[in-house]
Write a protein that binds this ligand. Structure first.
Ligand SMILES: Cc1ncc(COP(=O)(O)O)c(C=O)c1O
Length: 406
């Protein structure tokens, strides 16, 4: 059990930081592999990976020297000039995805904004003045006004209207509902989905559904835009989670795990979306900067050298197996789902307080969609560390479910 955390002291120490997060009273000082330490010396197993960001864990022995080398050379230069590693990283992403070209930005919402702009311009180029984009219930695409509008969560949209128009919302995994919702809508230009919804509660799209959507997009001339910001970059046990369904999108926003902690975003486009943007159509000051590009290049290189994609699949299977074994027969556990190292344990009642309890027990997790314990550990987690994760988490869930609801 970790020492009592000085909540008041840590909160009082940040009076000038805008209060947009219900933070835990913990300040982390450093990490090593999948382990983290706070400023009081308490140790945690990182089951969250900075929300699917720390692909290579903390203080990786090959990533850190590469970043140090880059820092001493050049951090930022601007897109007025060529950044050689943009081409290296873009070529790698093209190879891994089977797609064509890449635009670089700095975050997930920026990647999604670019995707939404691409879809609208795709429509305008075809004479559709008011293009519409199909989005999903429970989706999460970011917090800018456009990506918030595409997001399917009224709680986080509340207070920010008027939202951006031009979205048609449908339920997950229901091809008839998609056909029906779009039947009388000639202005639809794209379908925008997460292969495995993250913030919405770790909700996977079925492979057969993804194949049907791909087919529908082909028949109707729509762009299939797949947000792999959270489930991409090896986490699912394939480079991109949609690859389990054997399909290829036309537009794929990426971010989070691509830089192993250095902010980065990317939009990968296939042949149907090449040439939509030309000079002047889109841009960003920081996007594609030399530091982020080096982080992306080294992250993918290390992942390949160490076989981390297959490893994520194996460790994910082990994690799921361990959780299923430990939680078997508990009536308060509704479902354990997900793929690779993106797992959700849905409980029968809201369980947000488990986050703090887990931290006190030395484990970082998150709870999303009120009732889903979400695990997103670094891809370097070992089999032994997976067992430790299960051993820390299962008793907390068991204990929580034995208590009567507050
Ligand atoms: C699927 C998905 N898309 C987009 C975003 C937004 O990314 P960012 O927070 O980097 O803007 C997130 C963040 O959680 C996400 O999970």
């Amino acid at each position: 059990m970790n020492a009592p955390l000085p909540a008041a002291a840590i909160e009082a120490a940040s009076p000038h930081v805008l209060n947009t997060y219900a933070r835990l009273p913990i300040a982390l000082s450093h990490g090593q592999g999948v382990w983290l330490w706070d400023v009081n010396g308490n140790k945690y197993l990182d089951g969250l990976g900075g929300i699917a960001v720390n692909t290579l864990g903390h203080n990786h022995p090959r990533l850190v020297p590469a970043l140090q080398d880059q820092l001493a050379k050049i951090i930022h230069s601007s897109n007025y000039y060529h950044v050689p590693n943009q081409e290296v990283l873009a070529a790698k992403l093209v190879e891994l995805s089977g797609m064509s070209q890449v635009f670089f930005c700095n975050s997930g919402l920026e990647a999604n904004e670019a995707a939404l702009k691409l879809a609208r311009k795709y429509g305008h180029d075809r004479g559709i003045e008011r293009p519409e984009i199909v989005v999903y219930e429970k989706a999460f695409h970011g917090r800018s006004i456009a990506t918030l509008s595409a997001t399917g969560n009224e709680k986080i949209q509340k207070g920010f209207g008027p939202l951006v128009e031009g979205f048609v919302r449908v339920p997950l995994n229901n091809i008839a509902a998609l056909q029906q919702a779009t039947a009388a809508r000639p202005n639809v230009v794209a379908v925008f989905l997460e292969t495995i919804q993250g913030e919405g509660g770790v909700n996977p799209m079925r492979a057969d559904y993804l194949q049907q959507v791909r087919q529908l997009c082909d028949e109707r001339g729509w762009l299939l835009m797949i947000d792999e910001v959270q489930c991409g970059i090896g986490r699912s046990g394939k480079w991109f989670a949609h690859q389990w369904a054997g399909i290829t999108p036309d537009v794929m926003p990426l971010a989070k795990g691509l830089g192993s902690g250095v902010p980065i975003g990317a939009v990968v486009v296939g042949p149907k979306a090449v040439g939509i943007f030309g000079p002047g159509n889109h841009g960003t000051t920081f996007g594609g900067n030399p530091l982020a590009m080096r982080a992306g290049v080294e992250t993918l290189r290390i992942m390949e050298e160490d076989g981390l994609v297959a490893h994520a699949g194996q460790m994910g299977a082990l994690l799921q197996q361990g959780l299923r074994h430990e939680l078997a027969g508990l009536s308060g556990v509704k479902e354990i789902r997900g793929q690779g190292l993106m797992l959700g344990i849905e409980l029968a009642r809201p369980c947000g307080e488990l986050v703090g309890r887990a931290a006190k027990a030395g484990l970082m997790i998150s709870v999303t969609a009120d009732t889903v314990v979400r695990l997103l550990p670094p891809l370097i987690i070992s089999a032994d560390e997976v067992q430790q994760l299960v051993a820390l988490l299962a008793p907390l869930i068991r204990q929580f479910l034995q208590e009567s609801p507050q």
